[in-house]
Design a binder for this molecule. Structure first.
Ligand SMILES: CC(C)(COP(=O)(O)OP(=O)(O)OC[C@H]1O[C@@H](n2cnc3c(N)ncnc32)[C@H](O)[C@@H]1OP(=O)(O)O)[C@@H](O)C(=O)NCCC(=O)NCCS
Length: 169
């Protein structure tokens, strides 16, 4: 499906500079005020569940996963997801999401949350959540807060403050 020079890899520290460049290019400096970024600032992402795509050794796309708790449920916040303009619309973004979801499920995550466009994420299994049931440190459009749940958890039943798993109450 993908060109043989394109590989998907688990993220490590050697990818950090390229990932910063990819996210700066995709989202600009305003990205740090988004409420999902405020959750990500509360603690580190989980590299074991975060992935990059590399084309001939150059990192050209990234997805990160941050461990979060919401109410009684423990899972992950997906993002940022970004693909370099040179490599858009080749299915790389979707594949990174699929890989991250599979890894999270295998790791025992109960839900993967994100704030994103439903038309892009619904075919990947993301479902609407109950508007107003979950909060984050900052405003966001509740119609864009989507979830994939595992092990009998219901997206519409998720409620509480979304916070990093390391954050003390
Ligand atoms: C969104 C993004 C990650 C998609 O990555 P990608 O590798 O180009 O996406 P894929 O190849 O998997 O899918 C492409 C398809 O998704 C569609 N798509 C892209 N962004 C979309 C969006 N926001 N809403 C609906 N559809 C979208 C494209 O039109 C394309 O449709 P096609 O297959 O009919 O041509 C990439 O465009 C990107 O980095 N954008 C800037 C950062 C961003 O917005 N990240 C997502 C934050 S929620």
């Amino acid at each position: 499906m993908f060109h043989p020079d394109l590989v998907f890899l688990t993220e490590d520290a050697s990818h950090d500079a390229a990932i910063k460049h990819i996210n700066d290019e995709a989202f600009g400096p305003g990205r740090f005020v988004r409420s999902s970024e405020r959750v990500r600032e509360q603690g580190p992402h989980d590299r074991r569940l975060s992935f990059v795509a590399a084309d001939r050794g150059e990192t050209i796309a990234s997805v990160r996963m941050t461990p979060v708790i919401v109410g009684v449920n423990s899972g992950h916040l997906l993002g940022p997801l970004a693909v370099r303009p040179s490599h858009k619309s080749l299915g790389i973004g979707r594949e990174l999401v699929r890989i991250a979801l599979a890894a999270a499920q295998k790791a025992g995550s109960e839900m993967v949350l994100l704030v994103g466009d439903p038309p892009y994420y619904a075919p990947l299994g993301f479902r609407p959540t109950t508007p107003g049931a979950m909060t984050m440190p900052g405003p966001f459009d509740p119609r864009r807060l989507l979830a994939v749940c595992f092990g009998g958890v219901e997206a519409l039943a998720l409620s509480g403050e979304i916070r990093h798993r390391d954050r003390k109450l």
